[in-house]
Write a protein that binds this ligand. Structure first.
Ligand code: SF4
Length: 693
């Protein structure tokens, strides 16, 4: 039982967990949160919330939060608490020393998809204008970077095409590589409501997810082998083309017809048929043909996808294959249809919008474009480097080679989140100065020289952008316990390095973003307060924002069909590693659990378990609840087994919310060919009985 008092006032703000972006009323007594109540006027959640968001305030006052800056010369030394000035001057001297010794490009930084748009914008500004290079990347690198690539190539913009309301006009819901019931629960409720009203559901996922098992919903489940997304999507396209189910009028009017013809000839090849690919994908050809017919002919078809699409060596190819399907069937550019990435973190969309990639300025404009760069140079009063900088994996490689020595990480535990932990440890150990700016002493902090205390969403003003491009206000409800909001810390770090950024409030940062970014031109705090929220593009042409994109024409002009040749991942099974591991989430926890394990949610998840099919378990002498050793070519860990037929024979599955699981000790170095997004969702493993950790 949680005892609560009576609130004295309330402040409307936005949940800091997933990409749904639920609005809450923080009910306060003085500076103390009494409870968080889902806000009925929140346009993304309409008065609903999940069990994560309701208790999200708990981690703000958790006793393990670090509130004082700390420094140390070597990672073997104990941390020393110091003043903010001393910590910032120490960090600045280290970074300047590194640049003098190794060159301008020897330092860089990583922005956070948990921080506000304004904070992300400032970090990339500090790196580009203050450090003088483009070595800025985002934790979105490890989740939705293929979405950025795939959707911009095909449609011309790196974002989901619909608003959440659009689901009310949907007749066929196709979910691939996502489990919204666990990861995006408030949106999943809206999906389920629509399904109960009669919309059809197709789920492409190696595991029988909660969506497949939803009561009163008849789902068509395509339980593919992990790593075969492209083969399955191309087989769906094969059926649509060879059975004459293409929306030819749409394609002729809206897409490049000659590219379509090349694509149609490619997918029509018999080697792409459901029958020819069935052994490889594990999907029954009859079920696949039925799914293709339903999606192409069942009315408005909307595709929702998640990290089961992007976190593969063919992540970008899979996003392109999804876009091809939507264009071929005319399922784009009106309510009820579209291609919709379900973003994992609260501000993944925003961190990408704000120029967190090494080759792109805010608004997805390439750094090599002279006209755009000159606009930023005039506003920031500096000369910018026109060469793209390093991506996160390139930073790690360069550190091991000795040319990248200083890293500023805001709000991201790269050691726990990035693949191949051994490689990350080697990279961090090789650096001369790692600055961790975070709430807790996370795993990365074990290799840091400077710890700058971070602030939570309750302690700052700003904005988050959710999965439907909806920009919403984050409002400060209490004074930062550490003294400063994250945007203020980045400004102070810049000043210590000799780079001044002068803002007195995040609204001024948003005004600068709006002045420099055409899709944000109409966004201001006054406008957000007036409308409640707004979906970009918001500008002169669309002063109220844009709920549905690509109406009447694609952002890039003609929609572009691109061939999607299936190439099997190099991560192969064999006698030594005969099973394929894939991963996912549970409802009560968020990512690596750093926040949710420090709230009331901790009671719902004590450990991550390994789901294994009864047949595979019996072969290995494993019983339900036994400890097992899970080993891959990269490393090994230990966890308890859960025997279930939710996974097919040959496939095992685990969540990754608990630090003891160390799921990324297991994952390999393979990554998406276009964006380097790690291949988290398929790892060849072996299982053997164990006595426990
Ligand atoms: Fe809403 Fe996601 Fe927060 Fe749950 S975690 S309350 S679904 S934003």
């Amino acid at each position: 039982v949680i005892e609560i008092g009576q609130p004295e006032h309330s402040v409307v703000t936005t949940c800091a967990y997933c990409g749904v972006g639920c609005a809450f009323k923080a009910e306060m007594r003085g500076e103390e949160v009494v409870r968080m109540v889902p806000w009925k006027d929140g346009k993304a959640n309409r008065g609903h919330s999940c069990v994560k968001g309701r208790f999200a305030w708990g981690y703000t006052t958790h006793k393990e939060r670090i509130l004082k800056p700390m420094i140390r010369e070597r990672i073997e030394d104990p941390w020393q608490e110091v003043s903010w000035d001393e910590a910032l001057n120490f960090a600045a001297a280290k970074f300047k020393g590194i640049q003098q010794k190794y060159g301008r490009d020897a330092v860089g930084g990583i922005t956070s998809s948990r921080c506000t748009n304004e904070e992300t914008y400032l970090v990339q500004k500090l790196i580009r204008a203050g450090f003088g290079n483009n070595n800025v990347d985002t934790c979105a690198r490890v989740c939705h970077s293929p979405t950025g690539y795939g959707l911009s190539q095909t449609f011309g913009t790196s974002a989901g095409t619909q608003d959440f309301d659009s689901v009310e006009d949907t007749d066929v819901v196709l979910i691939i590589g996502a489990n919204p019931a666990s990861a995006h629960p408030v949106f999943a409720s809206r999906l389920k409501k629509r399904l109960r009203q009669g919309a059809r559901l197709i789920v492409i996922d190696p595991r029988r997810t909660e969506m497949v098992e939803s009561p009163h919903v008849k789902a068509l489940h395509l339980p593919l082998m992990p790593g075969t997304n492209v083969a399955v999507l191309t087989a769906l396209a094969h059926v649509i083309v060879t059975e004459g189910l293409v929306d030819e009028a749409f394609v002729r009017e809206r897409c490049d017809w000659s590219e379509f013809q090349d694509w149609a000839a490619f997918v029509a090849d018999s080697k792409h048929s459901p029958e020819a690919t069935a052994i490889m994908t594990g999907v029954d050809p009859k079920v696949l043909r039925e799914a293709a017919r339903i999606y192409a002919t069942g009315g408005n078809g909307a595709i929702y996808y998640g990290l089961g699409v992007t976190e593969h060596s063919q992540g970008s190819t899979t996003v392109i294959a999804i876009a091809n399907l939507a264009m071929a069937t005319g399922n784009i550019g009106r309510p009820g249809v579209g291609v919709n990435p379900l973003r994992g973190q609260n501000n993944v969309q925003g961190s990408c919008d704000m120029g967190s990639f090494p080759h792109e300025l805010p608004g997805y404009r390439h750094i090599a474009g002279d006209a755009v760069r000159e606009q930023f140079e005039a506003m920031w009063n500096v000369k910018l480097n026109n060469e793209p900088g390093l991506r996160i994996p390139n930073m790690f490689d360069a550190a091991i080679e000795g040319s990248f020595m200083g890293l500023y990480v805001q709000g991201e535990d790269i050691l726990q989140s990035d693949p191949n932990t051994k490689h990350v440890v080697a990279a961090l150990s090789a650096m001369e100065c790692v600055i961790v700016h975070d709430l807790f002493l996370n795993e990365t902090a074990n290799y840091a020289h400077v710890f700058l205390p971070g602030s939570t969403f309750l302690e700052k003003d700003g904005t988050f952008t959710n999965a439907e491009r909806r920009i919403q206000r984050v409002r400060k409800v209490m004074t930062p316990l550490n003294g400063y909001a994250d945007w203020e810390v980045t400004i102070m770090l810049g000043k210590a390095m000799g780079f001044e950024m002068n803002y007195t409030h995040p609204s001024e940062i948003m005004d600068e973003i709006a002045a420099l970014t055409p899709t944000f031109a109409g966004v201001s705090y006054a406008r957000l307060d007036e409308l409640g929220s707004v979906q970009w593009p918001c500008n002169e042409k669309a002063p109220e924002g844009t709920p549905v994109m690509h109406i009447g024409g694609f952002v890039r002009g003609k929609g572009k069909f691109i061939l999607t040749e299936y190439i099997a991942t190099d991560e192969r099974t064999g006698p030594r590693y005969p099973l394929l591991l894939t991963t996912g989430r549970i409802l009560s926890q968020y990512n690596v659990g750093a926040q949710t394990r420090r709230t009331e949610n901790v009671v719902w998840h004590a450990e991550d378990r390994l789901e294994i099919h009864p047949h595979d378990a019996e072969q290995r002498g494993v019983r339900d609840g036994d400890w097992v050793r899970l080993a891959s070519r990269a490393g090994e860990t230990t966890l308890r087994a859960e025997i279930t037929d939710r996974v097919a024979p040959g496939v095992v599955y685990t969540t990754f919310h608990h630090p003891d699981t160390q799921a990324n000790v297991i994952t390999t170095d393979f990554s998406d060919w276009a964006t380097n997004c790690p291949e988290y969702k398929v790892t060849a493993v072996q299982i053997s009985p164990s006595n426990g950790p």
